[in-house]
Design a protein around this ligand. Structure first.
Ligand code: NAD
Length: 356
């Protein structure tokens, strides 16, 4: 197969971790006789420095014309004082909008080899954690009308939380389909006891559940979900929720694994075009030292192959290679423990590549 991939390394550790992920892609290309054609695009702070904008029109065109997009991370202290409309993160919102990326998929997996890295007790995480969070990405309070006005001598601010039927239905379908491919359990997270948007959310999810009778469905209030994730994370298979709840719940869930550098994510559109990235940021504190963990980015590439290119065996190969390298006791600094082999970012990339 021939696939065009837009590569957006970004800032901080972005270029280092993306380099290792590309090594892995090249190896998969060789092994399965696929041709991956890369277009490199500046995004975030490095683009602001070169072009004065966080992503250029030409960069955006390359993303739209690609079969898929791989992102490192953007941002850093150097650009913290940029005006709001040219901040590095603006480019991410722009790419999500232009590519119609409405579904964010975050697998949260605690590799048994890394169980001691979890902040939770062994009796809670001993059996491993393997859940998938499906977050709506283009609606809700983050995109609704914003206002800040003076009323009776004080400032009053509002963020409109808005959802329409079709937005809920399309993210619901992504979640039910994902559940069908996994453990056939879906928890829909809302705040239907208080919010009108949540009551609509629940109504649409209930309509959908009749189409997926094989899926064991439940409604969970967001505050209860936050507690249950700590108390008994293994009860969850797939969680679906709106934008802001998903933002918070998915960060909480990723911490259960104790290692932000391990977590991949995918943002999907109605077509097979998606954007794949590790969940962490640009880690300016360790940038340029070749010590970052590239596994979150490498596992994001596995998601790209699975979700955008339907290359299941190839994706399995990458995940198995990561598993093998961890079983062989190799660790980057962030997950290092006594008695293990400490390796650099580039060495970790090579080990995974060689294990494929
Ligand atoms: P961060 O995720 O960059 O770093 C948090 C901590 O985790 C740091 O100590 C860092 O060294 C460590 N860390 C992160 N990724 C790691 C990896 N792969 N290997 C080893 N250690 C890793 O979060 P932050 O410090 O809050 O943000 C730094 C910058 O990144 C900010 O400018 C922020 O806006 C930006 N950011 C970007 C994205 C994105 O591009 N999607 C996401 C979050 C934050």
């Amino acid at each position: 197969m021939n696939k065009k991939i837009a590569i957006l390394p970004g800032d901080g550790i972005g270029p280092e971790i993306v380099r290792e992920a590309v090594k892995v892609l090249d190896k998969i290309g060789d092994k399965y006789n696929h041709s991956f054609e890369y277009s490199y695009v500046d995004i975030g702070g490095c683009s602001i420095d070169k072009f004065g904008v966080p992503i250029t029109e030409e960069g955006m065109r390359l993303c739209k014309e690609a079969d898929s997009v791989l992102l490192g991370a953007v941002g850093g202290p150097k650009w913290d004082d940029c005006p709001a409309d040219i901040r590095p993160e603006k480019a991410l919102l722009a790419v999500r909008k232009e590519l119609g990326l409405f579904a964010n998929i975050r697998p949260t997996k605690l590799f048994p080899q890394l169980a001691s890295a979890s902040p939770l007790k062994q009796r809670i995480v001993g059996g491993g954690i393997d859940l998938l969070i499906v977050r709506e990405l283009t609606g809700g309070a983050y995109f609704g009308e914003k206002n800040s006005i003076e009323v009776d001598g004080e400032t009053v601010a509002t963020d409109l939380m808005i959802y329409s039927t079709h937005e809920i239905e399309r993210i619901g379908r992504v979640a039910f389909e994902a559940a069908m491919k996994r453990g056939k359990k879906l928890a829909s997270v809302d705040k239907a006891n208080v919010l009108e948007t949540s009551r609509l959310w629940r109504k649409i999810m209930h309509n959908l559940k009749d189409e997926y009778p094989q899926v064991e469905y439940s409604d969970v209030l967001v505050d209860n979900c936050a507690m249950q994730l700590i108390k008994n994370p293994a009860q969850f298979d797939v969680i679906v929720t709106e934008n802001m709840f998903g933002d918070i719940i998915s960060d909480e869930a990723s911490m259960l694994t104790g290692s932000i550098g391990m977590m991949p994510s995918a943002s999907l559109s109605m077509t097979t075009l998606g954007m794949y990235e590790p969940i962490h940021g640009s880690a300016p504190d360790i940038a340029g030292q070749d010590i970052a963990n590239p596994l979150g980015t490498i596992l994001s590439v596995a998601m790209m192959l699975r979700y955008s290119f339907n290359m299941t065996n190839e994706a399995d190969d990458i995940e198995k290679a990561v598993d093998k390298v961890l079983s062989d006791r190799y660790r980057t600094a962030d997950i290092m423990e006594d008695g293990y082999h400490k390796v650099s970012c580039s060495h970790m990339g090579t080990l995974v590549t060689d294990a494929i």
